[in-house]
Design a protein around this ligand. Structure first.
Ligand code: FMN
Length: 186
């Protein structure tokens, strides 16, 4: 099959769709976040990339803390909404109930089956965004999504994002076992 270069897109398919939680001046803030990944095993580090103009960026720089919340498919609309409106224009704190966590400024969204609290470990200024590396201090899961203390993807029922077509997708079937199926080729 012939390949076509579609330019400097740089988007993997799919991207996880999450909600970034932060807190500034005593007010929780939430924004849609898809540029997020685990980046180190021990300590457990995650990276998030947050636009310099976003209220969340200011909040995280001030507090040194944030949360990454994983919504289920029944939260598509509210997740998209917090990606459309800035906390500098609208108080988004009332959109979600939150649970007490370990950190003061990393709101754990009650309705999200998985929520990860992070403390800023390092950061790097990029031309448009700040790359924050966060150290995971706690991972909160609804007990009913856990199987042997690991979140079950079918029960969590997360959704993903594709760009540049800007669509949300559910997750499909399990197609293999990691660190296992390749052994057949050894
Ligand atoms: C689906 C989706 C994914 C997004 N992912 C990111 C992201 O990974 N990083 C980012 O900086 N902005 C991202 N945004 C944009 C912010 O969520 C948006 O600008 C938001 O209003 C910023 O809110 P704040 O100013 O309250 O922080 C995304 C928006 C949408 C709709």
């Amino acid at each position: 099959m012939a390949k076509k270069n579609i330019g400097v897109q740089g988007f993997t398919l799919p991207m996880p769709q999450t909600i970034l939680g932060s807190r500034h001046d005593g007010r929780n803030n939430f924004m849609a976040l898809a540029w997020v990944s685990r980046v180190n095993y021990n300590p457990s580090l995650m990276m998030i990339s947050v636009g310099k103009r976003h209220f969340s960026n200011v909040a995280i720089k001030a507090s040194g803390e944030f949360s990454v919340n994983v919504p289920s498919v029944d939260m598509v609309e509210v997740t998209d909404f917090v990606g459309l409106v800035s906390g500098s224009k609208l108080d988004k704190s009332g959109l979600f109930d939150v649970e007490p966590g370990v950190l003061e400024n990393a709101p754990v969204i009650s309705k999200c089956p998985v929520a990860i609290e992070c403390k800023v470990f390092d950061s790097m200024e990029l031309p448009n965004d700040t790359l924050f590396v966060g150290e995971v201090v706690a991972t909160w899961c609804d007990e009913d999504v856990l199987i042997d203390d690991a979140p079950d993807i079918k029960k969590v029922n997360p959704f993903t994002l594709t760009m540049p077509d800007n669509r949300y997708w559910g997750v499909g079937e399990c197609v293999g076992r990691a660190w296992h199926d390749g052994k057949k080729l050894k």
